[in-house]
Design a protein around this ligand. Structure first.
Ligand SMILES: [Zn+2]
Length: 269
C-alpha cells in the first residue's frame, strides 16, 4: 500500500515532467474509484499545471482553472509515458499534455481517488482536519506531548491517527516505536517527555530513510514495464518472525486496532 514515502517519491517524480505543462486531453476510462471521478474534471482541459505538492497521502495539483486532489488508495500508482504508449490493464485515467507526454493512473483495486476543487485543496474536508506533517517543524515534542496528555489510547494507535500526525502508517509506527524503545501498548499519557522526544525523532528518521530509499526507484518512473514506485526498506521488527536485532529475544506479534503490531517485549517497555 502506498504510504507517505511512496507518495512523496511519486510527487518528486512528477514535478519535473508536469510543472508548467498544459493539459490537452483527459480520458477517464473507469470513473468508479473510491469515489466517482467528478465530471467537472473535464474543466481542466487546456488548464496549465502551476504547482504540485503533497499533504499527508494526498497529491495536490494546482492549475489555473481549478485543482486536483489525488489519492493512491491501496494499489494506485502513476506513470509518465509517451502519448502513444499502450495502456495497461488497470489504467483508469490518462491525462495528455501539450509537450507530448501523458500521466497514467493505474489502480488494480480502485480504492484511489481523483477529486476536483475550485477552491483551496488544503481547505477540502478530507484535508483540513489532518494533523501536521511528520517531517515539518510543527511536529515536535511539545506538540506530541500536548496530544498525548491525559490520553489512555495506546501510543501506537495514537501516532497512527491522521488527526494527530499524518503519514505514520503501520510499518513506520512499529519501526519508530522499536527505535525509541517504547512498548506499542503503553497509554499515551503515561510516556515521559524524554521518551516522546525520542519517538518524534524516530518517526522523522524512519520516514526520511524510506523517502531516501524511494528515490532510487525514480529511474523506473517513466518506464512502461516499471514496477510501481513502492519499495521495501530495511526493517527491524515489522514482519520479523525471528529474533530482535537488538537483544535477540523473539519478536512478538499482536493485533492493535485491527492491525498487526510487531515489537520486542524485552527492549520496548
Ligand atoms: Zn529486543
Amino acid at each position: 500500500m502506498p504510504e507517505l514515502p511512496e507518495v512523496e517519491t511519486t510527487l518528486r517524480g512528477l514535478v519535473p515532467h508536469l510543472s508548467d505543462q498544459t493539459i490537452s486531453r483527459i480520458e477517464i476510462r473507469q470513473p468508479r474509484l473510491r469515489w466517482p471521478v467528478p465530471a467537472q474534471i473535464q474543466r481542466l482541459q487546456h488548464a496549465t499545471i502551476e504547482s504540485l505538492s503533497r499533504r499527508g497521502k494526498y497529491l495536490l495539483m494546482y492549475t489555473d482553472q481549478g485543482h486536483m486532489i489525488w489519492h493512491l488508495g491501496m494499489s494506485g500508482s502513476m506513470r509518465i509515458l509517451a502519448l502513444d504508449a499502450a495502456s495497461s490493464k488497470h489504467e483508469h485515467i490518462k491525462m495528455s499534455f501539450d509537450n507530448g507526454i501523458s500521466l497514467r493512473y493505474i489502480d488494480p483495486r480502485r480504492f484511489g481517488a481523483l477529486l476536483f476543487v475550485d477552491t483551496d485543496p488544503l481547505l477540502h474536508k478530507l484535508i483540513v482536519s489532518l494533523g501536521p506533517e511528520p517531517l515539518s517543524d510543527n511536529f515536535d515534542t511539545d506538540y506530541l506531548q500536548s496530544r498525548c496528555m491525559k490520553r489512555s489510547t495506546a501510543i501506537k494507535n495514537l501516532i497512527m491517527d491522521s488527526h494527530v500526525v499524518v503519514g505514520v502508517g503501520n510499518i513506520y509506527a512499529c519501526e519508530s516505536l522499536f527505535l525509541s524503545r517504547i512498548n506499542p501498548k503503553t497509554p499515551a499519557g503515561r510516556i515521559s517527555r524524554l521518551r516522546l522526544d525520542r519517538l518524534v525523532n524516530a518517526i522523522k528518521q524512519v520516514l526520511q530513510c524510506a523517502i531516501a530509499q524511494g528515490g532510487t526507484t525514480l529511474q523506473d518512473f517513466t518506464r512502461t514495464d516499471g514496477q510501481p514506485g513502492y519499495f521495501s526498506q530495511s526493517l527491524n521488527v515489522y514482519g520479523n518472525k525471528g529474533a530482535c536485532p537488538r537483544c535477540a529475544q523473539a519478536v512478538k506479534r499482536i493485533t492493535q486496532g485491527q492491525r498487526s503490531t510487531f515489537y520486542c517485549s524485552h527492549c520496548q517497555h
